[in-house]
Design a protein around this ligand. Structure first.
Ligand code: PRP
Ligand code: URA
Length: 209
Protein backbone atom coordinates (compact mmCIF):
# COMPACT_ATOMS: atom_id res chain seq x y z
CA UNK A 1 0.00 0.00 0.00
CA UNK A 2 1.28 3.47 -0.82
CA UNK A 3 1.76 5.98 1.98
CA UNK A 4 -0.05 9.26 2.61
CA UNK A 5 2.30 11.85 4.13
CA UNK A 6 0.55 14.80 5.82
CA UNK A 7 2.98 17.71 6.12
CA UNK A 8 1.54 19.56 9.05
CA UNK A 9 4.49 21.84 9.84
CA UNK A 10 3.15 24.95 11.64
CA UNK A 11 4.24 27.26 8.80
CA UNK A 12 2.36 25.11 6.30
CA UNK A 13 -0.78 24.96 8.46
CA UNK A 14 -0.71 28.74 8.91
CA UNK A 15 -0.36 29.41 5.19
CA UNK A 16 -3.05 26.87 4.25
CA UNK A 17 -5.44 28.65 6.63
CA UNK A 18 -4.75 31.96 4.88
CA UNK A 19 -5.47 30.30 1.52
CA UNK A 20 -8.76 28.86 2.77
CA UNK A 21 -10.05 32.31 3.78
CA UNK A 22 -12.51 33.49 1.12
CA UNK A 23 -11.25 37.07 1.56
CA UNK A 24 -7.78 36.10 0.27
CA UNK A 25 -7.43 37.45 -3.29
CA UNK A 26 -5.65 35.87 -6.28
CA UNK A 27 -2.29 37.62 -5.74
CA UNK A 28 -1.90 36.47 -2.15
CA UNK A 29 -3.41 33.06 -2.99
CA UNK A 30 -0.77 32.51 -5.70
CA UNK A 31 2.06 33.65 -3.43
CA UNK A 32 0.93 31.38 -0.60
CA UNK A 33 0.58 28.34 -2.88
CA UNK A 34 4.06 28.94 -4.21
CA UNK A 35 5.55 29.28 -0.71
CA UNK A 36 3.82 26.12 0.53
CA UNK A 37 4.99 24.23 -2.55
CA UNK A 38 8.59 25.15 -1.72
CA UNK A 39 8.15 23.96 1.86
CA UNK A 40 6.58 20.71 0.65
CA UNK A 41 9.34 20.16 -1.93
CA UNK A 42 11.87 20.13 0.92
CA UNK A 43 10.16 17.05 2.39
CA UNK A 44 9.18 15.38 -0.88
CA UNK A 45 12.82 15.35 -2.02
CA UNK A 46 14.09 13.93 1.29
CA UNK A 47 14.99 10.56 -0.27
CA UNK A 48 16.99 11.91 -3.22
CA UNK A 49 20.20 9.89 -3.53
CA UNK A 50 23.53 11.50 -2.64
CA UNK A 51 27.08 10.88 -3.82
CA UNK A 52 30.39 11.77 -2.24
CA UNK A 53 32.64 14.32 -3.92
CA UNK A 54 35.97 15.78 -2.90
CA UNK A 55 36.22 19.55 -2.61
CA UNK A 56 38.62 22.02 -1.12
CA UNK A 57 37.37 24.27 1.65
CA UNK A 58 39.47 27.33 2.65
CA UNK A 59 40.91 25.08 5.37
CA UNK A 60 41.50 21.64 3.82
CA UNK A 61 40.35 19.02 1.34
CA UNK A 62 37.10 17.32 2.34
CA UNK A 63 34.83 14.51 1.23
CA UNK A 64 31.31 15.84 1.13
CA UNK A 65 27.86 15.01 -0.28
CA UNK A 66 25.98 16.34 -3.28
CA UNK A 67 22.76 15.20 -5.00
CA UNK A 68 23.64 12.25 -7.22
CA UNK A 69 22.18 13.79 -10.35
CA UNK A 70 18.79 12.14 -10.01
CA UNK A 71 16.61 13.36 -12.83
CA UNK A 72 13.33 14.94 -11.77
CA UNK A 73 10.28 16.11 -13.70
CA UNK A 74 7.51 18.26 -12.29
CA UNK A 75 4.15 17.59 -13.94
CA UNK A 76 1.31 19.97 -13.04
CA UNK A 77 -2.27 18.98 -13.76
CA UNK A 78 -3.70 22.03 -15.55
CA UNK A 79 -4.80 24.51 -14.59
CA UNK A 80 -4.39 24.69 -10.85
CA UNK A 81 -1.23 22.57 -10.68
CA UNK A 82 0.61 25.40 -12.46
CA UNK A 83 0.50 27.33 -9.20
CA UNK A 84 2.84 24.79 -7.56
CA UNK A 85 5.57 24.66 -10.21
CA UNK A 86 7.65 27.77 -9.43
CA UNK A 87 7.78 27.04 -5.72
CA UNK A 88 9.18 23.55 -6.33
CA UNK A 89 11.52 24.72 -9.11
CA UNK A 90 13.09 27.22 -6.72
CA UNK A 91 14.63 24.21 -4.91
CA UNK A 92 15.25 21.94 -7.92
CA UNK A 93 15.94 24.32 -10.84
CA UNK A 94 17.28 21.55 -13.11
CA UNK A 95 13.97 19.66 -13.13
CA UNK A 96 12.11 19.44 -16.44
CA UNK A 97 8.42 20.32 -16.63
CA UNK A 98 5.61 18.35 -18.28
CA UNK A 99 1.94 19.32 -18.48
CA UNK A 100 -1.23 17.25 -18.30
CA UNK A 101 -4.46 19.08 -19.14
CA UNK A 102 -7.50 17.66 -17.39
CA UNK A 103 -10.71 19.20 -16.21
CA UNK A 104 -13.44 17.65 -14.15
CA UNK A 105 -16.79 17.46 -15.89
CA UNK A 106 -19.10 19.36 -13.50
CA UNK A 107 -21.97 16.88 -13.98
CA UNK A 108 -20.26 13.49 -14.01
CA UNK A 109 -17.17 14.62 -11.99
CA UNK A 110 -15.18 12.45 -14.45
CA UNK A 111 -11.82 13.83 -15.70
CA UNK A 112 -11.67 15.00 -19.33
CA UNK A 113 -8.20 15.08 -20.91
CA UNK A 114 -7.36 17.95 -23.30
CA UNK A 115 -3.56 18.32 -23.39
CA UNK A 116 -0.38 16.45 -22.62
CA UNK A 117 3.28 17.23 -23.19
CA UNK A 118 6.00 15.46 -21.21
CA UNK A 119 9.82 15.63 -21.32
CA UNK A 120 11.12 13.23 -24.00
CA UNK A 121 12.93 11.16 -21.35
CA UNK A 122 10.04 11.23 -18.85
CA UNK A 123 10.28 7.48 -18.23
CA UNK A 124 13.83 7.91 -16.86
CA UNK A 125 12.80 10.64 -14.42
CA UNK A 126 11.26 10.69 -10.97
CA UNK A 127 7.93 12.44 -11.52
CA UNK A 128 6.39 14.89 -9.07
CA UNK A 129 2.76 15.09 -10.19
CA UNK A 130 1.30 18.28 -8.66
CA UNK A 131 -2.26 19.52 -8.18
CA UNK A 132 -3.48 21.56 -5.20
CA UNK A 133 -6.81 19.70 -4.89
CA UNK A 134 -7.35 15.94 -4.50
CA UNK A 135 -11.13 15.60 -4.28
CA UNK A 136 -12.68 12.42 -5.77
CA UNK A 137 -9.19 11.48 -6.95
CA UNK A 138 -10.45 10.95 -10.52
CA UNK A 139 -8.14 13.55 -12.08
CA UNK A 140 -5.01 12.44 -10.22
CA UNK A 141 -5.70 8.76 -10.90
CA UNK A 142 -6.23 9.42 -14.62
CA UNK A 143 -3.03 11.51 -14.77
CA UNK A 144 -1.02 8.75 -13.06
CA UNK A 145 -2.45 6.14 -15.49
CA UNK A 146 -1.40 8.38 -18.36
CA UNK A 147 2.13 8.75 -16.96
CA UNK A 148 2.41 4.99 -16.51
CA UNK A 149 1.28 4.40 -20.12
CA UNK A 150 4.19 6.68 -21.11
CA UNK A 151 6.53 4.37 -19.19
CA UNK A 152 6.96 6.43 -15.99
CA UNK A 153 7.58 4.17 -12.99
CA UNK A 154 8.68 6.46 -10.22
CA UNK A 155 5.80 8.83 -9.42
CA UNK A 156 4.92 10.91 -6.36
CA UNK A 157 1.66 12.84 -6.06
CA UNK A 158 1.94 16.23 -4.30
CA UNK A 159 -1.29 18.04 -3.33
CA UNK A 160 -2.21 20.89 -1.06
CA UNK A 161 -5.58 19.70 0.28
CA UNK A 162 -7.01 16.18 0.03
CA UNK A 163 -10.31 14.56 0.90
CA UNK A 164 -10.18 11.00 2.27
CA UNK A 165 -12.18 9.89 -0.80
CA UNK A 166 -9.36 11.15 -3.05
CA UNK A 167 -6.45 9.51 -1.23
CA UNK A 168 -8.40 6.21 -1.02
CA UNK A 169 -9.13 6.28 -4.75
CA UNK A 170 -5.50 6.95 -5.71
CA UNK A 171 -4.22 4.33 -3.28
CA UNK A 172 -6.71 1.77 -4.66
CA UNK A 173 -5.81 2.51 -8.30
CA UNK A 174 -2.05 3.06 -7.84
CA UNK A 175 -0.63 1.40 -4.75
CA UNK A 176 2.94 2.26 -5.83
CA UNK A 177 2.42 6.05 -5.70
CA UNK A 178 3.06 7.88 -2.43
CA UNK A 179 0.85 10.91 -1.75
CA UNK A 180 2.09 14.10 -0.05
CA UNK A 181 -0.51 16.55 1.24
CA UNK A 182 -0.44 19.71 3.37
CA UNK A 183 -3.90 19.06 4.84
CA UNK A 184 -6.31 16.13 5.01
CA UNK A 185 -9.84 17.52 5.13
CA UNK A 186 -13.11 16.01 6.26
CA UNK A 187 -15.08 14.93 3.19
CA UNK A 188 -16.65 15.98 -0.13
CA UNK A 189 -19.94 17.79 -0.58
CA UNK A 190 -22.62 16.71 -3.09
CA UNK A 191 -20.85 18.65 -5.88
CA UNK A 192 -17.51 16.97 -5.23
CA UNK A 193 -15.99 20.00 -3.47
CA UNK A 194 -13.72 19.45 -0.50
CA UNK A 195 -15.13 20.44 2.90
CA UNK A 196 -13.90 22.76 4.34
CA UNK A 197 -11.40 23.04 1.44
CA UNK A 198 -10.75 26.40 -0.19
CA UNK A 199 -13.27 26.43 -3.05
CA UNK A 200 -12.19 26.13 -6.67
CA UNK A 201 -8.41 26.35 -6.71
CA UNK A 202 -8.12 27.18 -10.44
CA UNK A 203 -10.63 30.01 -10.23
CA UNK A 204 -9.00 31.47 -7.12
CA UNK A 205 -5.49 31.27 -8.64
CA UNK A 206 -6.42 32.86 -11.93
CA UNK A 207 -9.29 35.09 -10.82
CA UNK A 208 -11.77 33.48 -13.21
CA UNK A 209 -14.81 33.66 -10.94
C1 PRP B 1 -9.66 20.72 -9.97
C2 PRP B 1 -8.34 20.42 -9.28
C3 PRP B 1 -8.09 18.99 -9.68
C4 PRP B 1 -9.48 18.41 -9.73
C5 PRP B 1 -9.72 17.64 -8.47
O1 PRP B 1 -9.44 21.00 -11.30
O2 PRP B 1 -7.32 21.30 -9.62
O3 PRP B 1 -7.45 18.84 -10.93
O4 PRP B 1 -10.40 19.52 -9.77
O5 PRP B 1 -10.94 16.98 -8.51
P1 PRP B 1 -11.05 15.39 -8.54
O6 PRP B 1 -10.09 14.86 -7.52
O7 PRP B 1 -12.47 15.14 -8.15
O8 PRP B 1 -10.75 14.91 -9.92
P2 PRP B 1 -10.65 21.46 -12.26
O9 PRP B 1 -11.27 20.27 -12.89
O10 PRP B 1 -11.56 22.38 -11.50
O11 PRP B 1 -9.90 22.21 -13.42
P3 PRP B 1 -9.07 23.60 -13.37
O12 PRP B 1 -7.80 23.34 -12.58
O13 PRP B 1 -8.80 23.85 -14.81
O14 PRP B 1 -9.95 24.65 -12.72
N1 URA C 1 -11.51 21.10 -7.33
C1 URA C 1 -11.29 22.25 -6.64
O1 URA C 1 -10.68 23.19 -7.17
N2 URA C 1 -11.75 22.33 -5.38
C2 URA C 1 -12.41 21.32 -4.78
O2 URA C 1 -12.81 21.46 -3.62
C3 URA C 1 -12.62 20.14 -5.52
C4 URA C 1 -12.15 20.05 -6.79
Amino acid sequence: MSKVHVMDHPLIQHKVSLMRDKETGPKEFRELLSEISTLMAYEVTRDLPLKTVEIETPICRAQTKVIAGKKLAIVPILRAGLGMVDGIMSLVPAAKIGHIGLYRDPNTLEPVEYYCKLPADAEEREILLVDPMLATGGSASAAISFLKRRGCKNIKLVCLIAAPEGTSRVQADHNDVDIFVAAMDEKLNDHGYIIPGLGDAGDRLFGTK
